[in-house]
Design a protein around this ligand. Structure first.
Ligand SMILES: Cc1ncc(COP(=O)(O)O)c(C=O)c1O
Length: 422
């Protein structure tokens, strides 16, 4: 597969682009949870959070706790300023043109649903085609199913090849049917496949479709440049990138957001309310009804600072080295089958595998006895499990704080599981 690497190099990371190695020992001191001795290999599920993020949220609660944009006193002004400063930080982080293109949501799921409910309900009609893929997380699949049912639209899925990459021949064939919307993930949370977002987007646009990208696994590990890739929508979650739970971002191109009707209605999103009717604020506020997750937004800002302080090139190099090591070591174990592409530019630090004769939940339970946390089951990708013909997988995933020693503990635990079930 030919791949443009440019969109995977983060534009704003302040780390050494030559890839000076991360000082993981120092980094781990920022994460008190590691003092418990846990080997945390489930960052694709949710990441750990450093002190810097927790402290920033605590600062808000202790020093300037107030609602945003509602009150004319200094405390509220300070909270609003911090809240809006994060919007600008996110804009820079994903290189959006304007901070009005940054909608706070409760996470990736909420962002994708917003597109389905607001853009989808308004623009799709019976017989229209939505193209999705078999590797999607349920968050980027079920909303399209519901939308297709409601609008009597068609929904078609691009398959994967034997190594877990999207079948470009099928993608192209579906584009020839002129879909209205193409939805795919930046990085597969099960296979670790990094999709060539820029290429796929250019092809989808040439076919006349809008492009929605699920960035839940992409933004944390690779960063993203929305202008370089030219996507129409990009959704991601704070909690997978060292930030708090309960907050995420939907990027949408300004013209699209302008034309979309509100999804949730209530306080803050209105311009004027009369009994006869209501007018709405400009985006992004039109899509931010009610009190937002203020502390969490502020925490997300601290998480972005933290990641950019380390630098995406260095983080990527670190995760690549761990993936190489884990892939090689797991491949040497009898009875272990790994899903997804081998290590390379289109593989992220996510390894899903099957251990012959042992249910993934049993593997996970045995690993847990030794303090190793992995995900087991369908990883919210049931159609993909079906496609791979497995009930579930064991999944180990890595992040900037992961150490080789944790992978060694995984391997030791797997050998122990094999011994018990022999
Ligand atoms: C690829 C992908 N998409 C979407 C989601 C949903 O994210 P959230 O639960 O934060 O909305 C996840 C979370 O696991 C994911 O990995």
């Amino acid at each position: 597969m030919s791949m443009s690497t440019s969109i995977y190099e983060h534009p704003t990371g302040s780390g050494d682009p030559a890839g000076a190695p991360l000082d993981v020992t120092a980094i781990r001191r920022d994460f008190p949870i590691f003092e418990t001795g846990v080997a945390y290999l489930d960052s694709a599920n949710t990441s750990q959070r450093p002190n810097q993020v927790v402290q920033k949220m605590e600062e808000y609660y202790r020093q300037y706790n107030a609602n945003v944009e509602r009150a004319a006193y200094k405390l509220s002004e300070q909270a609003t300023a911090e809240f809006e400063a994060v919007r600008e930080k996110v804009r820079v982080f994903i290189n959006a043109r304007s901070k009005n293109e940054i909608v706070y949501t409760s996470g990736t799921t909420a962002g994708l649903n917003l597109v389905a409910y607001s853009w989808g309900r308004t623009n799709l009609k019976a017989g229209d085609l939505i193209v999705c893929t078999v590797m999607e997380h349920h968050s980027n699949l079920v909303p399209w199913q519901l939308l297709a049912q409601e609008k009597q639209a068609r929904l078609e899925f691009v398959d994967i090849d034997e190594q877990g990459r999207l079948r470009r021949d099928q993608f192209d064939a579906l584009l020839r049917q002129e879909p209205r919307l193409v939805a795919f993930t930046h990085v597969s949370n099960t296979l670790g496949t990094v999709n060539p977002v820029k290429e796929l987007t250019a092809e989808a646009h040439a076919a006349g479709a809008l492009v929605v990208v699920d960035g839940a696994q992409g933004a944390p590990h690779l960063g993203f440049d929305v202008q370089a890739a030219d996507v129409d929508f990009y959704a991601f979650s704070s909690h997978k990138m060292c930030g708090p739970t309960g907050v995420g971002v939907l990027y949408g191109k300004r013209a699209l957001l302008d034309a979309m009707p509100p999804f949730l209605a209530g306080g803050e999103m209105i311009s004027a309310v009369r009994l006869e009717g209501t007018t709405f604020r400009e985006p992004p506020h039109k899509f931010e009804a009610g009190t937002q997750a203020i502390a969490e937004v502020i925490g997300l800002g601290a998480a972005i600072d933290y990641l950019q302080g380390l630098g995406y090139p260095a983080m990527r190099a670190h995760e690549d080295a761990l993936t190489d090591y884990a892939y090689e070591s797991l491949s040497e174990l009898d009875g272990v089958r790994i899903f997804g592409p081998p290590p390379g530019p289109d593989k992220a630090g996510v390894l899903s595998f099957d251990v012959a004769g042992i249910h993934p939940h049993d593997v996970s339970t045995i690993l847990d006895r030794t303090g190793v946390c992995v995900r087991s089951g369908h990883n919210c990708t049931q159609p993909l499990m079906h496609r791979l013909d497995v009930a579930g997988t064991v999944r180990a995933s890595f992040f900037l704080y992961t150490e080789r020693a944790e992978i060694d503990r995984l391997l030791a635990g797997l050998k122990e599981a094999q011994r018990i079930f022999a």
